[in-house]
Design a protein around this ligand. Structure first.
Ligand code: GUN
Ligand code: ZN
Length: 446
């Protein structure tokens, strides 16, 4: 079903600009990297919604895309694969930028009351549509998303993503304790709802189901075991949760699960760690946990703006990398303060700087594109301009405003330019966003 506001995708589409994507993982700290593929002033060629190649614009007058291609000439602009946000909460747009709390207070004071509204299917539908449109308006074309505990909220989210042709991974939130009554499910009903949603949505178009454990504190051991059984019964489904975000939370988990070696071990023991597991935060992990992550193939969704805003802590990206654990980037709205993956990447740089580490633009942007795609086992579909990938493409202004423009004018090397764009840019730089070759967002001029 096409988005209500979208033009049907052109069969043959050519987008001109400075093409930037990755062919491998950039090395830590290296501003010169063979993993970066930068093709200035090229046409990106798309047929039937998929990338088919690229060619220098200089060639195009003679042999370039002819009149059979719908041309979008963005000469002088940056063109990148759509961003992948590996951890974000659909209903929490309503609580973004809420004052003065750490995680556990923030959940009780702001988040749970807001999520309770999604019991109403009409609100869940309008919220899901607003959320998907907001992702696109920030240059995010794929996401791993928490709706609420309500089955209808997952249903609404899948429908909204399907209408827009977006790659979306989501599942009904599981929580059967330590939460308000109007957000509590139970093991049997939750299992039936998950089975029904998996049958209806998993593998349908660009959608996939994620068994969604909110966090170990809000699920009984019985519910965690049920979630593990779901993962075992449906090997292609994803699993998403939170882990080791905040020190008071970690202490609480230690009290609730005294037999577990660590917070992460609670999930490992329930059979929830695998190569399709996405764990948000992972700030307070140790080396043994990082080894478990590497061996299971599970990834950490690093959420820098959320970690700063909620005062949760400084993620040790370097240690995760050294241990061979996959790290992607995520907004975690509404703990996070923006859906913009540019702002998210800029915050990630600042967190690493606090630890004396230098996060290159390559490392950060890779984690929001090809790196996330690889960790999700979706590199054949999203995250790069490799032929065969879906044409999820964003066109960006290199600079908005006089300060960014001046910085760009004096920048010399490519990394300097891209780092300035990443640090100073945000959704106002986004000019156009294509999903599967369909133009779903265009910046209004003026
Ligand atoms: N831990 C459990 N639930 C949440 C949530 O909604 N946001 C964040 N940041 N952490 C959580
Ligand atoms: Zn979260």
């Amino acid at each position: 079903m096409p988005a209500p506001h979208a033009k049907p995708p052109a069969r043959r589409l050519a987008i001109r600009g400075d093409l930037l994507d990755f062919t491998a993982a950039p090395e830590w700290g290296a501003v010169e990297s063979n993993a970066v593929r930068f093709r200035p002033d090229h046409w990106l060629l798309v047929e039937a919604g998929r990338i088919v190649g690229a060619q220098p614009a200089a060639l195009s007058e003679a042999q370039g895309p002819d009149a059979s291609w719908e041309r979008h000439d963005h000469h002088g602009r940056l063109v990148m694969p759509g961003f992948i946000d590996t951890h974000v909460h659909c209903p929490q747009i309503d609580v973004i930028a809420s004052f003065g709390a750490e995680l556990l207070d923030w959940l009780n004071t702001y988040t749970f009351p807001a999520e309770a509204h999604y019991a109403e299917p009409a609100l869940a539908h309008s919220g899901a549509a607003r959320f998907c449109d907001a992702l696109l308006a920030h240059g995010t074309t794929s996401a791993v998303v928490f709706p609420t505990v309500h089955k209808a909220s997952a249903q609404a989210l899948f429908e909204a993503a399907q209408q827009r042709g977006m790659r979306l991974i989501a599942g009904k939130v599981l929580m059967d304790r330590h939460c308000p009554d109007n957000l509590r499910d139970d093991v049997d009903q939750a299992e039936r709802d998950c089975e029904d949603l998996i049958a209806r949505w998993h593998g349908r178009g660009r959608l996939a189901y994620a068994v969604t454990v909110r966090f170990a504190a809000t699920s009984t051991p019985e519910q965690l075991a049920m979630a593990g059984r779901l993962c075992a019964r449906h090997p292609g489904v994803y699993m998403q949760t939170h882990v080791a975000e905040n020190r008071a939370e970690v202490r609480w988990i230690g009290e609730l699960f005294p037999q577990a070696r660590s917070y992460l071990d609670v999930y490992a023991s329930a059979g929830l760690l695998n190569e399709r597991a996405v764990l948000a935060h992972g700030i307070w992990l140790d080396d043994a946990d990082r080894t478990v992550l590497r061996e299971s193939g599970a990834q950490i969704a690093h959420c820098p703006s959320s970690n700063l805003f909620l005062g949760s802590g400084l993620f040790d990206w370097r240690a995760a990398e050294a241990a061979g654990a996959a790290v992607s980037l995520a907004s975690d709205v509404g703990g996070g303060t923006s859906l913009s993956m540019l702002r998210t990447a800029a915050d990630a740089y600042k967190i690493q700087a606090m630890a004396g580490q230098r996060l290159t633009a390559w490392k950060a942007l890779h984690a929001a594109t090809l790196g996330a795609a690889l960790a999700l086992r979706l590199e054949g579909e999203i995250g790069s301009f490799e032929p065969g990938c879906m044409a999820d493409v964003c066109v960006w202004d290199w600079a908005v405003g006089s300060v960014a423009q001046r910085r760009l004018d004096v920048a010399r090397a490519l990394h300097e330019r891209v780092f300035a764009w990443m640090t100073l840019g945000d959704e106002r730089n986004l000019v156009a966003c294509f999903v599967g070759g369909g133009l779903l967002f265009e910046q209004r001029s003026g």
